[in-house]
Write a protein that binds this ligand. Structure first.
Ligand SMILES: NC(=O)c1ccc[n+]([C@@H]2O[C@H](COP(=O)([O-])OP(=O)(O)OC[C@H]3O[C@@H](n4cnc5c(N)ncnc54)[C@H](O)[C@@H]3O)[C@@H](O)[C@H]2O)c1
Length: 382
């Protein structure tokens, strides 16, 4: 298939590009290095430097003899994205290209504005480009479990059957985000749903939980093909941060009571979920939603796991509860459905001690690159 990966230089985009290329799909990646630029500007670069996208592609070609086609440019610029779609005529569009950090979106007005403009304009441009150049194409969009928030009822996969005053309907599950970034993801979903109803687009919206890990089948053993591993508060996801904190001897930063529960998944499962969605497309005129995670943990449980496995590796891991810089419930009901991707054949890679050991050992090798002052900067929601 001709597959266009938007945000193909990112933490998830690059492993996805390699995986689909390894399966002999015709893969094109697009990126404007926004993630790299923001990390640089905020002085929170990844644990190890990653070669730029063109160099990554060259290394991939050298190792596997496979070609990935790159475009470098800003997808919120219509003339650029129109040219990309016109030239590639994709059958599948995987849309990762957003500003993905909740704390970054809460930094200040400029960061909020960048997040809002970038995320919504890219999504709107993707919708228009699909309509104009490839109306049959399947859009696979990365949403987030954070769109639902933490309601006091079970979370369904996207849709809720509602009975109200004797009548019933199936409506999008109520959403209530916990950051501006998550709010942009809700707005993305609303945009997609509007144009699915209006123009009959074919869309899968993957409500993904926080991803952890670094290795996927294609990069294991090839350090230069690994994705970014951020350990800072802005761009590092919670488990990745705890791993680096454990290695650095920095007390694990549990926010508040630590009872915040979320659905997590290994980066290998992200790649597999996207592939399964692509192999089993949504119908034209359908907004299909899957909840993309494999198991739920409280923050305290994650910290305890890292502490236990770290101890076995000889690390002296301490856990510190700090005042929560975010506004969120620290103890709450959480029971989200997640059967859709399992029904498509997902075989989860769970968070085993072995998986934790592999991550800790990898980060340990690069311990000298961890700068303590970059770990926590206390970005407040106030
Ligand atoms: N990483 C997670 O834990 C997680 C969890 C849930 C959802 N998501 C979603 O998955 C997607 C990918 O996340 P990620 O962690 O790989 O983030 P990332 O920042 O590493 O990847 C996004 C990529 O898109 C690029 N990009 C952004 N705006 C662009 C633009 N205007 N033009 C061209 N390229 C642009 C960035 O430079 C970056 O390389 C995001 O939409 C994010 O919201 C991620």
């Amino acid at each position: 298939m001709r597959i266009l990966i938007l945000g193909g230089d990112g933490y998830l985009g690059w492993p996805t590009a390699m995986h689909l290329s390894a399966l002999n799909h015709e893969v094109t990646v697009v990126d404007n290095y926004l993630r790299r630029r923001l990390s640089f500007e905020e002085n929170v670069e990844a644990l190890t430097p990653a070669p730029n996208l063109l160099e990554r592609i060259r290394l991939w070609q050298e190792k596997r003899g496979l070609t990935i086609k790159p475009y470098i440019g800003d997808l919120s610029d219509w003339s650029f994205i129109a040219n990309v779609f016109d030239e590639t005529e994709p059958e599948v569009v995987i849309h990762y290209a957003e500003q993905p950090s909740a704390p970054y979106s809460m930094l200040n007005r400029a960061a909020a504005s960048l997040t809002l403009n970038n995320n919504l304009n890219v999504t709107a441009n993707v919708i228009y480009a699909v309509r104009e150049f490839c109306p049959q194409a399947h859009i696979i969009k990365l949403g987030t479990m954070g769109e639902y928030g933490t309601p006091n009822i079970d979370i369904e996969e996207g849709w809720l059957d509602i009975k109200h005053k004797g009548r019933s309907d199936k409506l999008l599950f109520p959403r209530q985000a916990g950051s501006l970034y998550h709010t942009t993801k809700i707005m993305d979903t609303d945009l997609l749903w509007f144009y699915v109803r209006t123009w009959g687009l074919r869309v899968t919206d993957l409500m993904q939980g926080p991803v952890y890990g670094i290795f996927t089948e294609e990069s294991r053993g090839h350090e230069e093909l690994l994705p970014f591993f951020n350990y800072d508060e802005l761009f590092g996801t919670v488990l990745n941060r705890f791993i680096a904190q454990a290695v650095a001897g920095y007390p694990l930063t549990v926010y508040g009571g630590g009872g915040q529960t979320r659905g997590y998944l290994n980066i290998q499962d992200t790649v597999n979920c996207v592939r399964l969605s692509l192999e089993n497309p949504a119908n034209l005129g359908e907004l299909r939603i899957f909840n993309q995670f494999t198991e739920t943990f409280t923050v305290n449980e994650l910290a305890e796991k890292v502490k236990t496995v770290g101890k076995n590796l000889g690390l002296n891991v301490k856990v510190k509860r700090i005042k929560n810089p975010r506004k969120e419930k620290e103890s709450h009901y959480y029971n989200p459905a997640h059967t859709g991707l399992l029904d498509l054949g997902l075989q989860p890679n769970y968070l085993t001690d072995k998986a934790l050991e592999e991550m800790l050992s990898h980060v340990e090798k690069h311990k000298n690159n961890i700068h303590e002052h970059k770990i926590f900067r206390n970005t407040k929601w106030d």
